[in-house]
Design a protein. Structure first.
Length: 335
C-alpha cells in the first residue's frame, strides 16, 4: 500500500508538471505569435508610409516645377505688356490683343493640395488589422483555455431544498424557471425565501470545477457561485463581500459583474451558453461565452475558506418575456 501511495503521488506530481509545462508553452506561443503579428503590422505600415511620402515628395516637386514654369511665363508676358505699353502702333496692338488677352493654361492653385490625410488612413487601417489579429489570437487562446477548463467539468444538479418557493425545478434537477405562484414548501434554513435563487447540490472546498448553463432566450438571469454560509432569507445583495461571485443580465442586454464595486460589461454578442470555472486554491472565478469562445469576467485573488456552491437565478417571468428556464447542460454537448 505504501508503494501504491508513493506511485500515486509521483504520478500526480508528474501530471501536474506536464500540465504546467503545456500551459507555459501555450502562453509563450501566443505571445510569440502576437509579437510577430505586431512586428509584421509595423513593417507594413512603415513601408506604406514611406511609399506615400515618396509619392507626396514627387507630387510636390512636380507642382513646384509647374509653378516655376508658370511664373516664368507670366514674367515674360509682363515684359511683353510693358513693351507694348510704349508702342504707338495701335493697329498692331489691336491685332495681337486677342492673343495677349487669352489666358494661358494655368492652374487654380488654391485648389491644389497634397494628400497628407492618406497617412492617417493608412495608420487607421493598420491598427484595425492589428486589432482583428489580436481578437483572433485571443479567441484562439480562450478556445484552448476553455478546452483545458472543460476537463474539470462536474455534474451539477439543483438542490430543491434551497430553491425559492416561487421556482419550478425540472424532475432531473437540471432546469429552473420562475413559476409566478408561491408554492407551499417547508421553510428550511437552507431555503431562499424571497429571492428567486437556488443552489447546486454539490459543494466544493478544494480543486477546480467547471459547469455550463444555457441562458438562451432570457432577458434576465444571475449565475455564479456562493459560499455555504450566505444569508438566504429576505433581500440579498450579490457581491463577494456577501459571499456571492456572480454575473447577471438585465433588460435583455445589460450585463454586469456583481463585484465590489459592480462592473458593467460590454459584450460583443449575447451569450447563449455560459461557462463557469472555479480554481479554489487560486481564488479564481471566471465566466465565459462558450459558443463564441470569449471571456466575460474573472474574479481574481479571492480567498475561499468554506464550501462553494453553484448559484442560479432565472429571475422573474415578466408575463412570459423571461419564461425560458436556466438549463444546466452537458459540457461538450453538441449545440
Amino acid at each position: 500500500m505504501a508503494a501504491l501511495g508513493v506511485f500515486t503521488t509521483y504520478y500526480c506530481e508528474n501530471k501536474f508538471r506536464r500540465n504546467t509545462e503545456k500551459e507555459k508553452t501555450a502562453h509563450v506561443k501566443f505571445l510569440t505569435d502576437l509579437t510577430r503579428s505586431i512586428e509584421r503590422c509595423r513593417t507594413e505600415l512603415l513601408e506604406k508610409m514611406e511609399e506615400q511620402q515618396k509619392a507626396a515628395e514627387k507630387q510636390e516637386e512636380e507642382l513646384i516645377e509647374e509653378l516655376e514654369q508658370e511664373i516664368t511665363e507670366l514674367k515674360m508676358r509682363n515684359t511683353e505688356l510693358e513693351q507694348l505699353s510704349h508702342t504707338e502702333d495701335h493697329l498692331h496692338l489691336l491685332q495681337i490683343y486677342s492673343s495677349l488677352y487669352s489666358p494661358k493654361n494655368t492652374r487654380n492653385w488654391p485648389e491644389i493640395s497634397v494628400k497628407t490625410h492618406e497617412s492617417l488612413e493608412t495608420l487607421r487601417r493598420a491598427l484595425t488589422q492589428l486589432k482583428n489579429t489580436i481578437d483572433e489570437k485571443l479567441t484562439q487562446t480562450v478556445s484552448t483555455e476553455l478546452k483545458w477548463m472543460q476537463q474539470y467539468a462536474v455534474d451539477v444538479t439543483l438542490d430543491p431544498d434551497t430553491a425559492s418557493p416561487y421556482l419550478i425545478l425540472s424532475d432531473d434537477g437540471k432546469q429552473v424557471r420562475d413559476g409566478d405562484i408561491e408554492q407551499k414548501l417547508s421553510d428550511k434554513p437552507e431555503r431562499f425565501d424571497k429571492c428567486l435563487c437556488v443552489l447546486g447540490k454539490e459543494g466544493f472546498s478544494s480543486g477546480r470545477f467547471y459547469f455550463e448553463v444555457q441562458v438562451k432566450g432570457k432577458t434576465e438571469w444571475d449565475l455564479g457561485v456562493a459560499r455555504e454560509s450566505i444569508n438566504r432569507k429576505g433581500k440579498i445583495t450579490l457581491s463577494p463581500s456577501n459571499g456571492y461571485w456572480t454575473v447577471w443580465l438585465r433588460n435583455g442586454n445589460e450585463y454586469k459583474a456583481c463585484d465590489d464595486p459592480p462592473v458593467s460589461l460590454c459584450l460583443r454578442v449575447n451569450p447563449q451558453r455560459v461557462g463557469v470555472f472555479v480554481d479554489y486554491e487560486e481564488g479564481l472565478v471566471s465566466f465565459y461565452d462558450v459558443e463564441s469562445s470569449s471571456h466575460i469576467y474573472s474574479y481574481t485573488g479571492q480567498s475561499f475558506t468554506e464550501k462553494l456552491y453553484p448559484y442560479f437565478s432565472p429571475s422573474l417571468n415578466y408575463e412570459g418575456k423571461n419564461s425560458n428556464p436556466l438549463i444546466i447542460t452537458p459540457v461538450n454537448d453538441n449545440k
